[in-house]
Ligand binder design. Structure first.
Ligand code: SAH
Length: 356
C-alpha cells in the first residue's frame, strides 16, 4: 500500500501537481497551499470546491496539529502550546516575543532518545519522529492563533533535530520558501546535542541556519555523565565538526551551556571551557548560558544567578562572547518536555481510574 500524500509537507509546485492529479486546475493547488501555510483546517478552506476538499480528506493526509492546551505569560506574552498530532501524540511549541520579532520554538520528535540527565523530554524516551509537515504545522498553527507575523524559528523544543535528519532538512526548506512562511534561514537555529556525522552532513546542505550546540561541559567525563551522546562523539570530535560547519557556512556557531549547581558551574569550569574553545576553534563562537530549569526526577538544581553572572563575566574577560539566556515566560514555568510529560501522566491516571 502506498502512503497517502502528506499535504502540509508539500511545496507550492507539489500542491499544484496534486490538484491537477485530482482533476482540478493548478490554481486550486495554490489556494490549498495558501490556506495550509495559514494553519487553516480543510473544512474552513472556503474557496475550495466541496468535492475537492472531500477528495483531499479521503485521499491525502493533512497533519495539522491541534492546540490542546495553551499557557500565556502575563510577564512577557510568551505562549506555551501543547499540540496534538493526528495520532494523538502531543508535543510542545512556544511563541516568544523579542525586540527583533516573534520567534516560534518547535518540537521535532514526540519524546527524545538522547538521554540527557537534566532534560524532561527524554524521561520517557522517543515515541516517534515528526514529519516535516508536522514541524511546519506548529509554526502555521501558532501564526493563525496569534495572528502575528513570525520572523524566526528555533528547533529547541522536544526531540533531537539531527536524529530526525531528513524531516528537519525538509522542514528547513519548506519554512523558508518565499511563497510560503518565508522565514529566512538566517533567522532559524537548529539545536543539537552533538550528533557529529549529521553536523558534517548539515554543513553540506547549503542552508545558512545557525547551529546551536548543546555543550554543557568542557570535560569529557562530566559531559558523558550529563549527555550519553558524548560517549560516542566526545568533545574534540564535536568541536572539530563545529569548526567545519563554520568553515563551510561562514555562520558563527553558538554553544548552549546549561549551568547546573555543583556539576559544571564553578569558575574553574568557565576557565576550562574558555581554554578548550580557544584551543580547538579558529572561527568565532558564542556561548549561551542557561540556568537549569530543574526537573524533579533528575535531582539536579540550578546555581544562583550571581554565580551565572560571574561565569559569564569570566568568559567575556577571556574574549569569548557570552550571554545569559533571558528566561521568557517565567510565570508559566515548564521548560520543554514538562507539559507533554504532565499530559501523559494525566492520561495514565485517567486510564488507571477507568480500570479500577
Ligand atoms: N535536542 C536538542 C534540543 C534540545 S532543547 C539539543 O540537545 O540541543 C534546547 C536546549 O535546552 C538544549 O541545550 C538542552 O540541553 C537544554 N535543556 C534541556 N532541558 C533543560 C533544562 N531542564 N534546563 C535547562 N536547559 C535545558
Amino acid at each position: 500500500m502506498t502512503e497517502k500524500p502528506d499535504l502540509l509537507g508539500m511545496t507550492l509546485e507539489e500542491a499544484k501537481t496534486l490538484a491537477k492529479d485530482l482533476g482540478e486546475a493548478a490554481f486550486r493547488g495554490q489556494q490549498l497551499y495558501g490556506w495550509m501555510q495559514k494553519g487553516v483546517p480543510l473544512e474552513e478552506m472556503a474557496n475550495l470546491p466541496a468535492s475537492f476538499r472531500e477528495r483531499l480528506r479521503t485521499e491525502c493526509i493533512y497533519r495539522l496539529p491541534q492546540i490542546v492546551q495553551k499557557q500565556v505569560s502575563k510577564v512577557d506574552g510568551t505562549i506555551k502550546y501543547l499540540v496534538s498530532m493526528i495520532d494523538g501524540e502531543c508535543v510542545e511549541s512556544v511563541f516568544m516575543r523579542y525586540a527583533h520579532g516573534n520567534v516560534v520554538c518547535v518540537s521535532c520528535q514526540a519524546g527524545c532518545r538522547m538521554g540527557c540527565a537534566f532534560c524532561a523530554s527524554t524521561l520517557r524516551g522517543r515515541s516517534r519522529d515528526l514529519t516535516a509537515g508536522e514541524i511546519l504545522g506548529q509554526v502555521a498553527v501558532i501564526g493563525r492563533d496569534t495572528g502575528e507575523r513570525i520572523g524566526g524559528v528555533v528547533m529547541m523544543g522536544i526531540g533531537e533535530p539531527l536524529d530526525n535528519y531528513e524531516n528537519t532538512v525538509r522542514f528547513l526548506h519548506l519554512v523558508s520558501k518565499t511563497e510560503g512562511l518565508n522565514i529566512g534561514l538566517r533567522h532559524i537555529s537548529v539545536s543539537t546535542c552533538g550528533l557529529v556525522p549529521q553536523i558534517y552532513r548539515l554543513a553540506e546542505e547549503g542552508l545558512p541556519v545557525t547551529l546551536s550546540v548543546s555543550l554543557h561541559a568542557s570535560d569529557d567525563g562530566v559531559r558523558s555523565k550529563l549527555m550519553p551522546v558524548n560517549k560516542t562523539y566526545p568533545i574534540d570530535s564535536l568541536l572539530q565538526a563545529c569548526q567545519y560547519y563554520f568553515d563551510k557556512t561562514g555562520r558563527r556557531v553558538s554553544f548552549e551551556y546549561t549551568l547546573i549547581a555543583g556539576e559544571n558551574d564553578r569558575l574553574a569550569d568557565a576557565a576550562a571551557l574558555a581554554d578548550r574553545l580557544r584551543r580547538t576553534l579558529r572561527g568565532p563562537c558564542h556561548v549561551n548560558l542557561i540556568l537549569l530549569n530543574p526537573v524533579r526526577e533528575t535531582g539536579l538544581s540550578a546555581p544562583r544567578r550571581e554565580g551565572a553572572r560571574a561565569f559569564c563575566a569570566y568568559l567575556e574577560k577571556r574574549g569569548i562572547s557570552a550571554t545569559i539566556r533571558r528566561r521568557l515566560g517565567s510565570d508559566i514555568d515548564a521548560s520543554c518536555g514538562q507539559l507533554r510529560r504532565r499530559h501523559l501522566e494525566g492520561l495514565e491516571n485517567r486510564n488507571l481510574q477507568e480500570k479500577s
